[in-house]
Each structure stands twice: as structure tokens, then as C-alpha cells.
Write a protein that binds this ligand. Structure first.
Ligand code: NAP
Length: 294
């Protein structure tokens, strides 16, 4: 823990805003990195109710906060309060990382980098002939779609259960080149998509605690998963989820959500500290310990 850190008049502030924010894993991860680097920073959780967002951000500027993460429910609401938003965050339509640059707030989204990192480092390959199927059409699915597009996937299929929200999700990419490779499908069409999938990503909460015995795929659907396909679950606890356990038995390669969580944090810390070297392994271990996995 970092409770022996000496806070001085020079200590610089980082943090995470959300509501609620008490379950955030980011303080443990970032404070471990800060301690390891021996830097005079501290990373704090800030519970900010939606109606206080604007005043809180003005206050952050007044007290010289260096940067902060943004979590639910502020990821979209923060956007009009920022001076600049990177193209990546604009494409996703959400900001998870804000930094103070030249007295202005700049927003970006590091979830894409987080999502892509384990695909690039562990299973580096040419994705341009590959098919991705994404389960769910919520906030995280937006980063996954943008990430798959960045990797060059030939086809990106998004499967959802609510027709209206699914259509809105599909239409939201109409002004982007992403729409050329993107198709949305209702859940009933999933069984047709499974046999052609190279990367199958679960962005739904199905399989999370307490419903740890649930899987987004039926037994029949899992049986049709091609051997060597990559099954990627954004959920990081339990480890493995029912979905990943079934997929591995079927000969698929499993990736859980922990590395995405680590790597989105790594990317954010690099921005705030303006340095390329951050202690990734320390951050990974801090999260694992916090989640009872280490
Ligand atoms: P979200 O915005 O609420 O989206 C959840 C999506 O799942 C929605 O499309 C929802 O459909 C769908 N869904 C929920 N229950 C379903 C069910 N029983 N059957 C079919 N579809 C269902 O949530 P989010 O922010 O995208 O997060 C989704 C998951 O990703 C969470 O488990 C979260 O912990 C995880 N996550 C992990 C990371 C990481 O770094 N590893 C980062 C972000 C998120 P409707 O629209 O019809 O409700």
C-alpha cells in the first residue's frame, strides 16, 4: 500500500472521477506505479455527482490537477467541458483520460490501446482477412469496434439484444470509415456467425459475479467455435469466466479483461507523466493483488 507516502506542498495530483467511484481499481494500480517510480504524485478517487461535474472540473483546473481518469457516468458528459478531444475519443464518443496541457483540458480514450495491446503483443498476426464478432453494443463495445477497425479486420459484426439500441449503435458510425466493415445483428443470428469467427469478444456483463456460471454462448454455439479462434472476454473476474473456460476446451485461445485494464492505465500514465517508461508489471501485479488473483 502507499499509505506511507509523504505528501508535501509539491505533491502533484492525479485521480479518477466517477459516481460511485469507491470500487475503482485505478488508485491501487496507479499509486503502485508512482511509488515504484519514486515520483511525488498521488492518485485519488473523486466521487462527483453528475450535477457537480462542471464545477468539479473548474476546481481541478484551479488546484492544478495534472490529469484524471473518467468513469461511469461521466465518460460522455465530460466531453463538452474539454478544450480538445483526440480523434480516437471522438470516434468512440467517450473520454476515459483527461490531461492538462497548456492550461487546457485534453480528453482522449485509452480503452482502444488497452483492448488492442494483448492482441498485438501475444498473438501478433495479420488481421486484414479476419472476422471479428462482438457481443454487446454498450460503452465498451465502442472501444472494441474502433480497436478492431484499427487492427484492420475485414469484417466486424456486432451482436445485440435490443433492436433499437443496436440500430442506433450501427448508425452512430455512419460518418466514419468504420461503417464500411461494420454490420449489426440481432442475437438470433449469432449461431450463423460463430463458424466464421476469428476473434469473438464478449463485451456484455454475462458471466460476471454473482452469475459466474452464465455464458453469452449456448453449448451449441460454443461447439461451433473454430479451433484457433481467439475468445476475448472483457470481464476480468472471475478468472477464467465460463465463456473463456468453454472456449479454451473447444481449442480457442483465451484472453481475459485484466490486460485491457492494465494497458488502458499504462497508456494514461504515459500521457500524464509524459514519459514512455512506466512499470507495467508493477501495475499488473497491483491489480492482481487487489482482485485477489495474485
Ligand atoms: P454497458 O455500456 O452497460 O453495455 C453492456 C452491453 O451488454 C449492452 O449492449 C447490453 O445490452 C448488453 N447486455 C447486458 N446484459 C445482457 C444480456 N443478459 N444478454 C445480452 N446482452 C446483454 O457496459 P460497458 O461499460 O460496455 O461494460 C461491459 C462489460 O465490459 C462489463 O462487464 C465491464 O466490466 C467490462 N469492461 C471491461 C473493461 C476492461 O478494461 N477489461 C473496460 C470496460 C468494460 P442492452 O443495451 O440491451 O442493455
Amino acid at each position: 500500500m502507499t499509505n506511507n507516502k509523504l505528501i508535501t506542498g509539491k505533491t502533484k495530483l492525479l485521480g479518477v472521477i466517477g459516481y460511485p467511484v469507491e470500487h475503482s481499481l485505478s488508485p491501487a494500480m496507479h499509486n503502485a506505479a508512482i511509488a515504484n517510480l519514486g515520483l511525488d504524485y498521488v492518485y485519488l478517487p473523486f466521487p462527483i455527482a453528475p450535477q457537480n461535474l462542471e464545477i468539479a472540473i473548474a476546481g481541478f483546473a484551479a488546484i492544478d490537477v495534472v490529469g484524471f481518469n473518467v468513469t461511469i457516468p461521466h465518460k460522455q458528459a465530460i466531453m463538452p467541458l474539454l478544450s480538445k478531444i483526440t480523434p480516437v475519443a471522438q470516434a468512440i464518443g467517450a473520454v476515459n483520460t483527461v490531461s492538462r496541457q497548456n492550461n487546457q483540458w485534453v480528453g482522449t480514450n485509452t480503452d482502444i490501446e488497452g483492448f488492442i495491446a494483448p492482441l498485438q503483443t501475444t498473438y501478433q498476426q495479420d488481421w486484414t482477412q479476419k472476422v471479428a464478432v462482438i457481443l454487446g453494443n454498450g460503452g465498451a463495445a465502442r472501444a472494441v469496434v474502433a480497436g478492431c477497425h484499427q487492427l484492420g479486420f475485414a469484417k466486424i459484426h456486432v451482436v445485440g439484444r435490443n433492436v433499437q439500441r443496436l440500430q442506433e449503435f450501427g448508425n452512430s458510425w455512419n460518418n466514419s470509415s468504420i461503417s464500411e466493415n461494420l454490420q449489426v445483428h440481432q442475437w438470433e443470428e449469432l449461431s450463423k456467425l460463430i463458424p466464421q469467427v476469428n476473434l469473438l469478444v464478449n463485451t456484455t456483463p454475462i458471466g460476471m459475479y454473482p452469475k459466474v456460471h452464465e455464458s453469452p454462448l449456448s453449448v451449441e454455439e460454443i461447439a461451433n467455435l473454430p479451433k484457433g479462434a481467439i475468445a476475448y472476454d472483457l470481464i476480468y473476474i472471475p478468472k477464467p469466466t465460463q465463456f473463456l473456460e468453454q472456449a479454451e476446451k473447444q481449442g480457442a485461445i483465451a484472453i481475459d479483461g485484466l490486460e485491457m485494464l492494465v494497458q488502458q492505465g499504462v497508456a494514461a500514465l504515459k500521457i500524464w507523466l509524459q514519459q514512455e517508461i512506466v512499470p507495467v508489471e508493477v501495475m499488473r501485479q497491483a491489480l492482481q493483488k487487489h482482485l485477489g488473483l495474485g
